[in-house]
Design a protein around this ligand. Structure first.
Ligand code: ADP
Length: 190
């Protein structure tokens, strides 16, 4: 009787672990957007002034990423406060706000497999003069504040940031013919 109770409670315990595991799996699958993962990039005022839009954009194009949205936009106080909420209390925030409003910015939405982490890697670290050579900040900038682009730093942030800058009808789905040369067959079904 004791044995039977023990077996039953073990079974019950395993069933609960299995259920918990499946919930985690479903949750992480819903986060995995495969080829449809999207991220936000902003071409900052220093890059606009220095005529670097084409050179920066070509880095993403040559990498094989898909451009699904692009527009020029002047940042008002509200969008700036929302976008830079994580640095709002920093002493340099007012400088960043002034800089980001000194010209319009160009907002772009890029799509691809693991695009958020890939674009962050291509972007390079915040302090541009120490950013890795070959990265955009490493190759095009010398400053902490004037570091030519913004790129979303996580999948969760990217989802929010893309929605912040683009309405649904400003984003475009289309077949990118070069995908068969950019990704392997197994990756194209993800
Ligand atoms: P990142 O853009 O690399 O994700 P953060 O989110 O930490 O970096 O900061 C947002 C932006 O604020 C930076 O890209 C940069 O323009 C500016 N910034 C960050 N740290 C400083 C600093 N110490 N002094 C001046 N500007 C800064």
């Amino acid at each position: 009787m004791l044995d039977q109770n023990f077996n039953l409670s073990c079974l019950f315990c395993w069933a609960r672990i299995g259920l918990f595991w499946n919930i985690i799996k479903i949750f992480s699958m819903s986060k995995n957007k495969g080829l449809q993962e999207r991220t936000l990039v902003l071409i900052k005022p220093d890059a606009i002034q220095r005529g670097l839009f084409g050179a920066i954009t070509s880095r993403f194009e040559h990498k094989g990423l898909k451009l699904v949205g692009v527009k020029m936009i002047g940042l008002d106080e509200a969008i700036l406060r929302e976008h830079y909420a994580h640095i709002a209390e920093k002493p340099f925030f007012s400088g960043v706000a002034k800089f980001m409003q000194s010209t319009p910015v160009i907002a772009m939405c890029w799509e691809g497999l693991d695009v958020v982490s890939t674009v962050r890697k291509i972007t390079g670290i915040t302090k541009a003069r120490e950013a890795e050579s070959g990265s955009i900040r490493g190759d095009f900038a010398m400053s902490v504040s004037c570091n030519v682009i913004h790129a979303s730093d996580s999948i969760e942030t990217a989802e929010k940031e893309v929605k912040r800058f683009f309405k649904e009808d400003e984003l475009f789905g289309y077949d990118k013919s070069e995908y068969m040369h950019v990704y392997g067959e197994d990756e194209r079904v993800l």
